[in-house]
Every structure is written in C-alpha cells, then in structure tokens.
Design a protein around this ligand. Structure first.
Ligand SMILES: Nc1ncnc2c1ncn2[C@@H]1O[C@H](COP(=O)(O)OP(=O)(O)OP(=O)(O)O)[C@@H](O)[C@H]1O
Length: 237
C-alpha cells in the first residue's frame, strides 16, 4: 500500500481551476518530483494534501485511509511536514527559535536531538543559530525552512519550489543536502519544482503537470531519456 495516494484531485478557487485531475502515489521512503511551470497546479496539490484548500473532487488517502477532510494540524500529526514556496521563515525569531517551532508537537528531548541533526545537515544554521532568521540570505532561509519542516520527524515531506530565486551554486548545495537527508532518513518527499533538470537529479520518479493535470510520469531515468520531455522541460534537443 502506498504511503500517500492522490486520485483525480480537483482544486477550485471560485471559477479558477487550481488542479483539474492530478493523480499519483508516493511510497514510503521515496522522493517523487512534481514538475510543472508557473500555474501548473503544484502548490494547489500540496495545499490540498495539507488540508489548506478545500477540494472540489477526488480522493486523497494516507496509508489507505481517506484524508480529504482532515484539518492541517491533524495532517501534521499524521506525519506530513511542509516547507512552503517562498520559505516563510519567522523573520523576527532566531534560527534556533524557528527550528523549535517546527518541532512543537515533540518533547523537549526530541527537539534537542532533532535540532542537533538539523545542524549536522546544515552547518550554516548552527553558526547562525542566534541570528534573526530575517537577516539570513535566501539560501540560508531555504535551509532553515527545510530544517523547520523536518523538526517534526515527518514520514512525508512536502517541499514547494526550494530552488526559486536562488543562485545555481546554492541550488546545487541544497540538492546535495536533500540527497544526504534521503540517504540518512527513511522519509518520503514530494519535491514540487519548475526546475525539472535539478528535480530529476534528486527524485527517483516524477509526475509532470500541465494546466492542473498529469501529462507524463515515469522514473527520472525514463523521463530524462524521453525526447519529448527533453525538449519541452529540460531544454535539451
Ligand atoms: N488563492 C488562489 N486564488 C485564486 N487562484 C489561485 C489561488 N492559488 C492558485 N490559484 C490559481 O490556480 C492555478 C494553479 O496555481 P498553483 O499555485 O497551484 O500552481 P503552481 O504550479 O504551484 O505554480 P507556481 O510555481 O507559480 O506557484 C493558477 O492558475 C493560479 O493562478
């Protein structure tokens, strides 16, 4: 049984369609990329899973049980963590305080242990743990947003557009850290990204969305080798 199964998901904002039939499954421990350009429906899909937008149709299942109507705070308790597009760290709080907030469902000892793990993944955050999050660079804020989401020990991590607006060298570094996290922890990840080349280098499988629905899916290897995908998404002829 997959950890998460999404079937024919429809999200509507009044007359505007956020998604128009998205379907996929995520197995425990696997990283899946959700690839699409601006407005393809990536964020709407993640927000629907999190219970942050009402859904107009479709089915979402967590370990076989329907979660369509589960509220966001209970989604977190199921073991789903989220790092939103645009990072959204708490700018007036320190790095350490931001991380602590991410672990609020956990005991003090668990928070301490997890923070130490986050500092091992992100040594820059250790150096800056007393610094206001608002004074961090964009890349450091992205690292903090990832660390904050992982503080709750999620089994599934939803990561929305981590590469957005960051210099290529920082994006590369974040990719290395994601691969390290993947190798260390048994955590499933949905990586929503416009940067298809980068996302396919991290995820083992991907679903490509256009106008709110699936247009292609496969292993990253298959997608990288497909001439259609190469010219449309990877800019390779
Ligand atoms: N709160 C909202 N109110 C109205 N329309 C919305 C809202 N949020 C998203 N939309 C619309 O839903 C569609 C899908 O948007 P969504 O943000 O899910 O796409 P995306 O793939 O995440 O794109 P991006 O990378 O630009 O965030 C778009 O047409 C968008 O304008």
């Amino acid at each position: 049984m997959p950890l998460l199964k999404v079937t024919d998901l429809h999200v509507r904002y009044g007359h505007i369609q956020g998604t128009n039939g998205v379907s996929f499954e995520v197995e425990a421990g696997e990283t899946m990329a959700l690839i699409g350009s601006n407005g393809a429906g990536k964020s709407s899909t993640l927000k629907a899973i999190l219970g942050m937008v009402p859904i107009a149709g479709g089915l979402m299942e967590w370990e076989g049980g329907k979660i369509n109507d589960v509220k966001p705070y209970n989604i977190l308790r199921l073991g789903i963590g989220f790092s939103p597009e645009g990072r959204r760290v708490f700018p007036g709080l320190t790095v350490g305080e931001n991380l602590k907030i991410g672990g609020y469902t956990r005991s003090t000892a668990e928070i301490q242990a997890r923070m130490e793990q986050m500092f091992n993944y992100f040594p820059r955050l250790r150096e800056r743990h007393k610094q206001d999050a608002g004074s961090l660079s964009g890349g450091e804020q992205q690292m903090l947003a990832i660390g904050r989401a992982l503080m709750s020990y999620p089994r599934l991590f939803l990561l929305d557009e981590p590469s957005l607006g960051l210099a290529p060298i920082i994006v590369e570094r974040i990719g290395e850290i994601l691969l390290e996290i993947q190798a260390t922890e048994k955590i499933a990840v949905i990586l929503a990204e416009q940067n298809a080349t980068w996302a396919l280098g991290i995820a083992s499988r991907a679903v490509i969305l256009e106008l709110g629905k699936n247009v292609a899916e496969g292993t990253s290897q298959e997608l990288i080798q497909s001439p259609k995908i190469r010219s449309a998404y990877l800019g390779i002829e």
